[in-house]
Design a protein around this ligand. Structure first.
Ligand code: ZN
Length: 483
């Protein structure tokens, strides 16, 4: 008589483990199935030691994400049906959304592709979840912002501009560097760079400020994205520790990637800094406060915990922290200077905004930037457009404009250097370590064929004062004055 063999019941986590990680057979030629595992010099002796905290089961994952999407889309639908754009603090705020859509939404898509590649190359199931998450973030940002595209200029053609416009080269270059990195470098870059420096500032602080400015659509999208990012951060940090613990030879490689990607993310965060300090009609925290709360303090704690493993704070840590008292002001002045061909509007901060900046940046703003901002306001008030006719010279690594490199003469000088100009010593250091890779980037904006928008798209560009966006918003609100 047959006897029914009863297997002990497995809980959900064990079932997930059995179905996704333990196949009960060994790959006979792992180097043929996973060739990228050996390309970067990282040695893994025991993959089973990798713990992926907070990893849900497939069943939990789809259920949870489905619930989150249902709630989000109810909010975005209600926002659209109630003409939410009329409740914005001011039409200037829409320019922060343009920058978010143009620069960061495409990076979310690159992160989706990158994690999908890592899932295949390393056989990591957690990377497959993260790939799906980043695709979701890309979609929900596009959906949340799509409503505004009906009412404001500058939100069409954002994928084309991402590839060609000089202002977006900083984001494009970051995404390309991520996608052309090996799988281990990609994971470290996301753990210590994008998911920490960018995500915490963009998806928490900026999104809460978006709600203060009347935009419940984008703020809800950002906050639901951040609920995934918390999981990514925990998983990423566990992975960095795992790499270092697996082999003593891995430490130097991982530290070098940490140094590189922390600095690259710091430079990319200049765009979040201008959104936070200059593009919000109603302010909450300054960029420097956001940086301290969401990047400097939490990262310092992470590195404290990693100290026993031999990992040190990123090489340019101190310089990055010092830079935050300057970066938003420098970037805004540069955007204003080259406003003629930007895919968004800029403006001179009003008196209240200048006072707020003075109060938030007591050591730097009045001494170094207020005179420039007042000069800008004077130009605008007298009908002069603060525009350069030349393209800016871009850093050979991060692709942000190089300070002190304006005008035709500087452009000529830059071209004789074959574009090897750098915004900072860390960028020069990163370039020299991978000169072959970075020299394939368009060396200067002169080599970017789309450095300004075509004349037919003039409504997307230039000063906010006198723009169609300003005119329309005033008309919709019956000429009401906003901050
Ligand atoms: Zn640079």
């Amino acid at each position: 008589m047959d006897t029914t063999v009863k297997h002990p019941a497995m809980n959900r986590t064990q079932r997930q483990q059995a179905m996704t990680r333990d196949l009960a057979w060994q790959v006979s030629q792992p180097e043929a199935v996973f060739p990228a595992r050996n390309l970067e010099g990282i040695r893994i002796h025991d993959w089973s030691a990798l713990r992926q905290p907070l990893q849900p089961t497939l069943e939990q994952y789809w259920k949870l994400q489905g619930e989150k999407d249902k709630r989000l889309y109810a909010i975005t639908d209600a926002f659209a049906q109630n003409n939410g754009q009329l409740g914005l603090s001011d039409a200037r705020y829409a320019n922060a959304l343009k920058l978010l859509l143009q620069a960061f939404t495409p990076i979310e898509y690159s992160a989706h592709r990158g994690y999908a590649r890592v899932a295949r190359q390393l056989g990591l199931t957690d990377a497959a979840f993260q790939s799906a998450d980043h695709l979701r973030h890309n979609h929900l940002e596009v959906h949340a912002i799509s409503h505004f595209n009906k009412y404001f200029n500058g939100m069409h053609s954002y994928t084309e501009w991402f590839d060609h416009h000089w202002m977006l080269a900083v984001a494009k270059s970051y995404a390309d560097d991520l996608l052309s990195a090996g799988p281990f470098e990609f994971l470290v870059a996301m753990a210590v760079g994008y998911n920490t420096v960018i995500s915490n500032t963009l998806h928490v602080s900026f999104m809460s400020a978006a709600a203060d400015n009347g935009d419940m659509s984008t703020s809800s999208a950002g906050l639901t994205a951040q609920s995934d990012k918390v999981r990514h951060q925990v998983a990423g940090q566990a992975l960095v520790a795992f790499l270092v613990q697996q082999d003593p030879g891995n430490l130097a490689l991982v530290q070098a990637w940490i140094d590189k990607w922390f600095w690259r993310s710091v430079r990319l965060s200049s765009l979040v800094a201008v959104m936070q300090d200059y593009m919000l009609p109603y302010h909450n925290h300054s960029w420097q406060e956001v940086w301290t709360m969401h990047v400097a303090q939490p990262l310092a704690k992470v590195f404290d915990a990693w100290k026993p493993l031999g990992l040190a704070l990123p090489r340019h840590w101190q310089q990055a922290n010092e830079q935050q008292a300057h970066v938003s002001h420098q970037t805004w002045l540069r955007l204003c200077r080259y406003s003629a061909g930007l895919p968004l509007h800029v403006w001179a901060p009003n008196a209240a905004a200048l006072d707020w900046l003075s109060q938030k940046y007591p050591g730097t703003f009045d001494a170094m930037f207020r005179p420039h901002m007042m000069g800008l306001a004077h130009q605008v008030a007298h009908g002069q457009r603060p525009q350069e006719t030349n393209a800016p010279v871009l850093c050979g690594t991060c692709q942000l404009p190089v300070p002190g490199m304006d005008g035709a003469q500087a452009l000529a000088q830059a071209s004789t250097l074959k574009g090897r100009c750098f915004c900072s010593l860390p960028c020069q250091h990163i370039f020299n370590l991978e000169a072959d890779k970075h020299s394939t980037q368009a060396a200067s904006s002169a080599q970017r064929h789309g450095w300004t928008l075509p004349a037919s798209q003039a409504a997307d560009s230039g000063l906010f004062d006198g723009s169609q966006d300003e005119h329309n918003f005033e008309e919709w609100n019956g000429g009401a004055q906003h901050p």
